[in-house]
Write a protein that binds this ligand. Structure first.
Ligand code: ADP
Ligand code: MG
Length: 338
């Protein structure tokens, strides 16, 4: 092959989709972040065939006008930042303007959206990133995005999807983390036509008990601490009740679910010998800090953040957890009930 040629946008989108969208759960994550960024307080997650056949997210957020709706599916089109300097002070979950372009290029994609006061919604259908139909449909304020037949045009990717049980498991765990992170949002989830939950009140305990068994919320140890630099609040599991996998550790930094090795290790160390081999404590912890003190732009799926000053965070976090762990009577006889 000779010479350099610029790839057409449709090809570039398909290639970069590989970074943003690895599997159905990536679609769910991007669409949920968008729904939250749009200010929704009611979100439905509808899944068929572990997301391989359908992922549909319906929100009652701001909706989009026609021009914005068309732009939203283009690459690097975002309403959330205007320049790199805005990354310093990011309050939204999204910022790259890539998700809808990527997802629509590797699926059969439908965007329905209506803004406040419009009597009809607009519907746009895309196949492989190409607009194939525009229509007016019934619809209230908000946005509904349906992603069908993910990777239908990328057989290599489709082939690498895992079993339905595995792919669905990832989706369920992700949705659960959003449901716990955003109690003020009403969440509904429907899988293969069956409604799994429909939380209409902002009662976090109800949600915890639903996911982890009744009485679970009550068994947790609350954590709250605040200084000029960071605030930490949430819950950790009682040491004597630990039997959980690392998956049940949620760290949200400014509302963003993240993985962070320092936080997991500090948590584990704070429990110290109270954990039997290979146990991992349950944690649901919300960190709030000045967005300029973290970098969220370090991971393609935005799953990691980098702290400007990791040591300060650890120096606050570790003793807080240590104290919370100690403050409880965790003698197995009293607390375990097992
Ligand atoms: P990003 O979230 O990084 O901006 P996306 O490709 O995910 O990029 O979305 C592009 C734009 O489309 C967003 O900036 C937003 O303005 C708009 N958008 C996407 N989803 C929704 C939604 N559910 N409701 C309202 N606007 C949306
Ligand atoms: Mg987004």
């Amino acid at each position: 092959m000779a010479g350099i040629a610029r790839l057409p946008e449709s090809v570039a989108n398909k290639i970069s989709a590989g970074e943003v969208v690895q599997r159905p759960v990536s679609v769910v994550k991007e669409l949920l972040e968008n729904a939250i960024d749009a200010g929704a307080d009611r979100i439905s997650v509808i899944i068929s065939d572990a997301g391989k056949e359908l992922v549909r997210i319906v929100d009652n957020g701001s909706g989009m006008e026609r021009d914005d709706a068309l732009l939203s599916v283009e690459r690097f089109a975002t309403s959330k930042i205007r320049g790199v300097e805005d990354l310093e002070d990011l309050s939204s979950l999204g910022f790259r303007g890539e998700a809808l372009a990527s997802i629509s290029s590797v699926s059969h994609f439908e965007l329905r959206t209506a803004v406040e006061g419009s009597s009809l919604a607009l519907s746009f259908r895309y196949e492989g990133g190409v607009l194939v139909e525009e229509a007016q449909v019934q619809g209230e304020r908000g946005t509904s995005i349906s992603v069908r037949n993910l990777f239908y045009n990328v057989p290599a990717r489709r082939k690498f999807l895992k079993s339905n049980a595995t792919e669905y498991g990832h989706i369920y765990e992700l949705v659960r983390s959003f449901v716990l992170a955003c109690p003020e949002i009403s969440w509904q989830m429907v899988n293969d036509g069956e409604e799994l939950f429909n939380f209409r009140t902002p009662d976090l305990n109800e949600r915890l008990d639903f996911f982890y068994g009744s009485g679970f919320a009550e068994s947790l140890v609350p954590v709250t601490e605040e200084n000029d630099y960071i605030s930490i609040r949430g819950f950790i599991g009682r040491p004597a009740l630990q039997k959980r996998r690392r998956l049940d550790q949620y760290f949200f930094i400014n509302r963003r679910l993240v993985q962070n090795r320092m936080l997991s290790q500090a948590l584990q160390q704070a429990y110290g010998e109270l954990l039997v081999e290979r146990q991992a404590p349950f944690a649901l912890l919300f960190f709030e800090m000045d967005p300029s003190r973290i970098d969220v732009n370090v991971h393609p799926a935005k799953l990691e953040v980098r702290f400007e000053d990791e040591r300060s965070v650890r120096n606050m976090f570790y003793p807080v957890i240590k104290r919370a762990v100690r403050s409880y009577d965790f003698s197995p006889d009293l607390a375990s009930g097992e």
